[in-house]
Design a protein around this ligand. Sequence first.
Ligand code: C5P
Length: 404
Amino acid sequence: MNDLAGKHIVLGLTGGIACYKAAELCRGLVKEGATVQVVMTEASEQFITPVTMQALSGRPVYTSQWDAREPNNMPHINLSRQSDAILIAPCSADFLAKLVHGRADELLSLMCLARPADKVPLLIAPAMNREMWAHPATQRNMKQLSDDGATILGVGSGFQACGETGDGRMLEPHELLEDLVAFLHPKSLAGRKVVVTAGPTFEAMDPIRGITNHSSGKMGFAIARAAREAGADVVLVAGPVHLPTPRGVRRIDVKSAREMLAATEKETVRADVFVATAAVADWRPATHSDQKIKKDGSGAAPTLAFVENPDILATVARTERAKSGALFCVGFAAESHDLVKHATAKRERKGIPLLVGNIGPLTFGQDDNQMLLVDAQGVQELPRASKIECARRLVAEIAQRLPR
Ligand code: C5P
């Protein structure tokens, strides 16, 4: 993917053991198509060398405000003016305090102070020991920095290099990348709440067995990620899948169709958009045994009876909120043939404004997809693309259709 194509990022390193992760982060930024200018404080050079960062970024690293390579000898001006964002990762407790006070006695802090704040956003990935993180001074400094317009990306939790366990670890490189990509994305869903169902459901017949559908959940997870990138408050109601939760998305894990319906009904009460991508089991076993159903040795198999599951999408689409247009419902249809005909009929049957059709075998478990958009105006075929690109396109199409 090239999620950062055309972007120029200044990556600032300050003194902390998390500098080792900055190497991978730099590589990830370059892989996503960004050009990266690394700026390092003197303290960061105790942990990682400019040689490493130069090799990974493909550009000489700046470490001093007196760097004579700049014709006007003003790297603090020149470097920030060309960038789409300055990301400080890791940002030490000391450097946070410096930024709060607008100190400028070395290149990185000088550059942050001299940046045009309305054009060049400042993102901070703090990294420190848990006691330093919890200290009121650090918390106070972060609030001040955030009030001053910086974006604090948060911290991870877990084992720390000092041997202690707690909050304050720098986020992992892939998490920082996801946050940066989201940050730079246009905010077409700002202020909106989006609910997405994803994955299969599992309908138990006893504590050991049940019936389910094939569904990787990839498309729904991609839509949740794309909606978050677009600035929405996103809730992902997920059936049993093994996928990481997209950053910044609230995930509710469910098993059965009825659990999925209950969570969805609760969350859509205040939502603006509902996207149903889940492959909900059409039926569930009519009875559920609390104990494992055992073979009795006679060779006779048990007879299974089924009852129909609720249609989550149709149920939500029938609510007053959806019918009034305050909740925009989107459905998916996986077909094996006659896609246009079946998808058009399904949109009407479900009573929804937008339906996405795709050919099931060409999308199940894949990383890419081809979507057909069906609305009251007609049918629009979109080009085949990765699921995240399809999801971003779908989110843009939804945003255009929402009431202002
Ligand atoms: O009727 P069919 O299962 O083909 O419809 C597919 C669409 O309806 C998808 O958007 C799916 O998430 C949704 N659906 C649902 N609840 C069901 C069955 C399907 O929300 N019980």
